[in-house]
Design a protein around this ligand. Structure first.
Ligand SMILES: Cc1cc2nc3c(=O)[nH]c(=O)nc-3n(C[C@H](O)[C@H](O)[C@H](O)COP(=O)(O)OP(=O)(O)OC[C@H]3O[C@@H](n4cnc5c(N)ncnc54)[C@H](O)[C@@H]3O)c2cc1C
Length: 441
């Protein structure tokens, strides 16, 4: 029997876990698992806020694919097109010509990208918060703004440097805002020129509440905590424009800001536009509860999807509900999907995915948090502790767990590093200047 070739598109929460399980359950004579991702690592996104705040080394919040997926073939590149009718995918490796990969089964898991709006200036001045690169950049940028503010004698420049705007009050936005503010406030002890009250942290949220993943009272508690930390929380407000960093809000207020972070939701990967898979009105691949792709009520043979890019019916809720885009669902769906692929290859029936969303845990900075898990509500230190222990238990591999705990322990005793490495963003600048041809006298 020829081994079946299983192509896994994307090695995030879904792709990594699915590939790991497939390669453990199927021997090399049964299947060959090929994993394609533009990055050589999986990013554990729930740790991005802590990586940006310096509690965890950015390298430890990602999982190297080659180290974890030793029984799989890893291709670092982007899948640019899939023609499922002929079971062919085009892959653009990080360098060189396009490759064609034929497959027997495909796992579609390219996740999501920031869902932006056509707001003037956003494309030029905004940054998302979904990748490790964005987390590293933001950390350097925010600390760099402290240096700018401390060095200048111009009050307008100082005010602009110390104004940080976050748009979107879901858990990614709230955690990023709260962790960055906490980190910056503790960094200020090294900046005698700056007063904490000079900083302005603004949250812009279009609806009347934050953290829709938890009950309204927990969202209201979170707002109160942020207000106590003197943050400027604008509910029921939209960002209307930010041309050249001049932020204009729908409540009529306007002010300049050097930092505008967009965390107002996600949409399925645009790569899906170059495939022949059926999609819903939000662009997600339509799936059955078994995680098989479905067109109307017709299963698309040998195609599977899960995670942020997929519309997977939530069997624990009323008919017509879909699983929310979360790591919690993504990882469990990945394991269910891998087992179902094994079932189908071995001539057995696939089993529907069913998981009652357990709730959410969010960190609001060191020793501060909010959590609602299986109806139990927690605030402050217990919630923060739960956030850390939960995510430490979820990040793949013992190696990462040990490194993350070591980072936390070091930061506890030695305090977080608060230095901007802005040169990372243009490392050749000095060399280029030094190697300018000298003009003859
Ligand atoms: C800041 C932040 C905090 C979060 N916190 C939580 C939390 O506390 N709890 C929770 O449950 N969820 C949380 N989430 C959400 C969670 O991380 C996502 O729902 C989850 O990552 C979705 O998994 P996925 O596999 O679908 O996508 P991802 O994990 O994003 O993986 C997609 C992968 O596909 C790759 N890819 C993209 N395009 C291509 C292509 N063309 N070809 C090949 N590969 C491609 C990407 O590089 C990526 O590796 C958070 C998200 C963010 C951004």
């Amino acid at each position: 029997m020829n081994p079946k070739r299983i192509l896994v598109v994307g090695a995030g929460h879904v792709g990594l876990y699915a590939a790991l399980r497939l390669s453990k359950k199927l021997g090399p004579r049964e299947a060959e698992v090929i994993v394609v991702d533009p990055q050589p690592h999986m990013t554990y996104q729930p740790f991005l806020p802590e990586a940006a705040a310096g509690s965890i080394s950015p390298r430890h919040s990602v999982v190297p694919l080659r180290r974890e997926l030793r029984r799989c073939t890893v291709v670092v590149g982007a899948v640019t097109q899939i023609d499922h009718a002929t079971k062919t995918a085009l892959v653009q490796p990080i360098a060189g010509p396009t490759r064609e990969i034929r497959y027997d089964q495909v796992v579609i898991a390219p996740g999501s990208v920031s869902r932006t709006l056509p707001i003037p200036g956003l494309h030029e001045c905004g940054i998302g918060f979904k990748t490790i690169g964005e987390a590293i950049y933001l950390r350097n940028h925010v600390l760099d703004r402290l240096d700018v503010a401390a060095a200048t004698l111009d009050p307008a420049l100082r005010q602009r440097a110390l104004t940080f705007v976050f748009v979107g009050g879901g858990y990614a936005g709230i955690e990023a805002l709260a962790e960055m503010e906490d980190m910056t406030r503790s960094a200020l002890r090294y900046y005698p020129e700056l007063n904490p009250d000079d900083m302005r942290w603004v949250l812009v949220e279009a609806t009347q509440r934050v953290l829709p993943e938890v009950d309204p009272d927990m969202g209201a508690y979170t707002v109160r905590q942020l207000l106590r930390r003197r943050m400027d929380i604008r509910l029921g407000t939209r960002l209307e424009s930010c041309v050249d960093g001049l932020v204009k809000l729908s409540d009529g207020d306007s002010f300049p800001a050097d930092t505008i972070v967009w965390t107002a939701g996600v949409k399925p990967s645009p790569m899906l536009d170059s495939t022949d898979f059926p999609r819903d009105e939000r662009g997600r691949v339509t799936c059955q509860p078994t995680l098989q792709v479905v067109n109307g009520d017709q299963v698309v043979a040998d195609a599977w999807s899960a995670g942020d890019c997929a519309a997977v019916p939530d069997l624990t809720k009323e008919p017509g509900s879909y699983c929310s885009p979360s790591a919690q669902h993504a990882v469990r769906q990945a394991n269910r999907m891998a087992d179902n692929i094994v079932n189908v290859i071995r001539g057995r029936e696939p089993v529907p995915y069913q998981h009652q969303h357990a709730g959410s845990v969010a960190s609001l900075g060191l020793y501060k948090g909010v959590a609602q898990v299986y109806g139990i509500k927690m605030k402050g230190l217990p919630a923060w502790f739960m956030h850390r222990t939960y995510h430490m238990s979820r990040i793949p591999s013992l190696n990462r767990k040990v490194r993350v705990v070591a980072d936390w322990t070091l930061a506890f005793f030695l305090k977080r590093e608060a230095v901007a490495l802005g040169q990372l963003h243009d490392p050749r600048e000095e060399f280029v200047e030094a190697s300018q041809p000298v003009s003859p006298r």
